[in-house]
Write a protein that binds this ligand. Sequence first.
Ligand code: AMP
Ligand code: MG
Length: 408
Amino acid sequence: MRTVEEHQAIVLAGVEPLEVIEVPLLEAVGQVLARDVVAPWPLPSFDNSSMDGYAVVAADLAGASVDVPVVLNVLGDIAAGGDSSAVIAAGTAVRIMTGAPMPAGADAVVPVEATDGGAERVTFTAPVSEGACIRRAGEDVVAGETVARAGDVVSERTIPVLASVGLGVLPVRRRPRVIVISTGDELVEPGTPLTHGLISDSNGYMLTACATAAGADAVRAPRVRDDAEAFRAALDAAAAEADIIVTSGGVSMGEYDTVKAVLRASGEVEFAKVAMHPGMPQGSGHVGERRVPIITLPGNPVSSFISFELFVRPVIRRMLGFESLFRATEPAVALEEWHSSVAKAQYARAVLEVGDDGVRRVRPVGGQGSHMMAGLAEATALVVVPVGADRVEAGQTVTVIDLNRETP
Ligand code: AMP
Ligand code: MG
């Protein structure tokens, strides 16, 4: 048996980030920038008012007080996006709105609340310091500054600065096309009435959803019967356009394990036992002229989910250009005791809670059988019980993967 880490290294061997493409801003959210982004102009790009008020020459208001108010003539209005050709001379003011460009000659803005709000003549009762309420060009970003670096993840927080430096598109890696093929004579399309012995193809949907959540452009192929020719045909079709092929089912020791039979005979995939529970039978290799990476996952739904998490998600992330391929682990205190197989790493479905005391605690959920989907639905975390441990004690600190948390 090989370890989880050894199998991860094997599936990742030779996988490289995909080619760089330019995509519209919103399509880039969640993606890794492939190149540095440099601001071609400063931000703000012009001096502008930070308040609704009056643009003035500060020296005009030097002696203003309640007892000796200063009254100025208002030359007109400048709105945000408006014309700033007005030139202020001593003794005049311009009514200005937040974000409007400063008129030439003015060196301060007095907020409207501090005045009588006049439209033709405006009264000031206090002095103003030079530069008050002006946002200076370049005080946020200077021209030529790098506002985001290759490797940064585009997020709702980086989008404002990236959009503001005028980039309609961003350089990212093409999303890998993942084709998911479920195999099994027992599988029917969800929504179809079941006759005895048949089940819905839940893995096809789960794995496609997992791949989409990981950032892939994922599609679910129609399910394939346990028939060598049908599987080969589905595989050849997928190999023509996929960047990654993921199969579910047909890799254990049964008589009708077609995936294993076909791919072992062709030598395209190496099958191995990985010291993990659930999900021991695994396979990986390359198919077709394009040498498309293929990862064959076991059919039991929970095995399939955990295998995806450990072996497929990192491959997708590498193709997308992420530096960190694996979800972070963190310590938590186990609330119950449970058993684990000493020879395998266990990935126990669990609920992770953070108490008012700030301590993270986990309790296992649902049945831990690899066919038990209700527990998976409830789980928010996986507890990793390492090889060598035969149990977890209540109160023990364990290693947890928080499934709701992205990688750091
Ligand atoms: P297999 O690896 O094909 O022997 O399948 C192992 C178990 O997983 C069997 O109980 C299958 O019925 C079940 N299974 C296989 N494929 C799927 C699927 N796509 N959706 C849900 N269960 C499946
Ligand atoms: Mg099967």
